[in-house]
Design a protein around this ligand. Structure first.
Ligand code: FMN
Length: 186
């Protein structure tokens, strides 16, 4: 019970001023006591090629190692054409392979996302939940952290300024930590 819950946060955007990366940075400052939130950047991960899955690039091996070390995963997803971004799906695919050696298997997870649009990444989050079924991951359901009109919720430096969003992220992280403790390590 005294061992901290290690959360790995992954934002599905490479953009320098990404709202999703900004939301993940905000989350690192809102983790509850007894938990650690580390972040993983997806830059430098090549496009998935099944010919290489048995001997993957170094960035992919690192990705899998970091996922395996984590007790829980926090996905921060943009919405691209009603789904998750390609870079996030690409990372998910790499770390799920080769068959029988998925790094995601059995991990508790939480999902949040930011968009400049009005629906707060709800459609992308729903797609991600479907993907997590096949990965045998266990995402919490509540609260939904749907960050719409992101340009109004972060300042020019990418700091989260919207108090209700901050409160929901705090609740999401607390629920994730409680859930990870309940279902235990894989
Ligand atoms: C290829 C592409 C598709 C997009 N599709 C959607 C969409 O379906 N729904 C939505 O709300 N926003 C959509 N957007 C807007 C993104 O939510 C917005 O660019 C957001 O800032 C991207 O996340 P980021 O700031 O973390 O990079 C799209 C943006 C791009 C570049």
């Amino acid at each position: 019970m005294n061992t901290p819950v290690r959360i790995l946060g992954i934002a599905g955007s490479l953009r320098r001023e990404s709202y999703n990366r900004a939301a993940l940075r905000a989350a690192t400052k809102l983790v509850p006591k007894g938990a650690i939130l580390e972040t993983l950047e997806l830059d430098g991960i090549p496009a998935f090629n099944q010919d290489k899955e048995q001997n993957p690039p170094a960035r992919v091996s690192e990705l899998k190692r970091r996922i395996r070390k984590a007790d829980a995963i926090l996905f921060v997803t943009p919405e691209y054409n009603y789904s998750v971004s390609g870079v996030l799906k690409n990372a998910i695919d790499w770390a799920s392979r080769p068959h029988g050696d998925s790094a995601w298997n059995g991990k508790p997870a939480a999902i949040m996302g930011a968009t400049t649009g009005a629906i707060g990444t709800a459609r992308a989050q729903n797609h991600l939940r479907q993907i997590l079924v096949y990965l045998n991951m266990f995402p919490i359901n509540q609260p939904e952290v749907l960050i719409s009109h992101a340009m109004d919720r972060f300042d020019q430096e990418g700091n989260l300024t919207d108090a209700p969003t901050r409160d929901r992220i705090i609740e999401l992280l607390q629920n994730l930590v409680d859930w990870a403790r309940r279902i235990g390590p894989k």
